[in-house]
Design a protein around this ligand. Structure first.
Ligand code: NI
Length: 167
């Protein structure tokens, strides 16, 4: 499974609801979990692998992999918190992002069972990041324009250096 990177238009699209949770969806979720492990990431959403469906997978340390299908964020706390984020679609870029500390999510798992979770900490953070991907939003969109430009300029520079090194 190839992970799309910044500049690919699919990352800016809105994902569609999944109508049936079947073997095909389960196979995709499994492959996404493998891609997540290969990339040493903590979360991966459908659009990042070119699948414009409302599905993401999360695997944080000390937890089992989790699959979220057709998720809705049903509540967020007024308290905000700053965490450093990165993204498999924006390699080499990390930045502090401010988001709600806690949330409630309603979704379906890979077995087709609905569930509701109240979460905080890292899991809440990863859920909010992955949910954004379903709406075509990337974490760099949530930074100030100044900070975003600075990070992207540095990323371009690193890319040029890497290209020159490979010649
Ligand atoms: Ni991401």
């Amino acid at each position: 499974m190839e992970i799309l990177t910044l500049g690919n238009e699919l990352l800016r699209g809105k994902a569609e609801p999944i109508k049936t949770i079947n073997d095909e969806i389960r196979a995709i979720a499994d492959k996404m979990i493998d891609a997540l492990h290969d990339g040493k990431g903590v979360g991966l959403a459908g659009p990042q692998v070119g699948l414009m469906k409302r599905l993401f997978v999360i695997h944080i340390e000390g937890d089992t992999p989790r699959v979220f299908i057709n998720p809705s964020i049903t509540a967020t706390s007024p308290e905000l918190v700053k965490y450093e984020e990165g993204c498999l679609s924006i390699p080499g870029v990390w930045a502090d992002v401010i988001r709600p500390r806690e949330l409630q999510i309603q979704a379906w798992n890979e077995k087709g069972r609905p569930f509701t979770m109240d979460v905080d900490g890292i899991l809440a953070r990863v859920i909010l990041h992955e949910y954004d991907h379903l709406e075509g939003v990337l974490f760099i969109d949530r930074l100030s324009a100044h900070k975003r430009e600075r990070l992207l300029a540095r990323m371009e520079k690193d890319r040029r250096v890497e290209k020159a090194r490979q010649k």
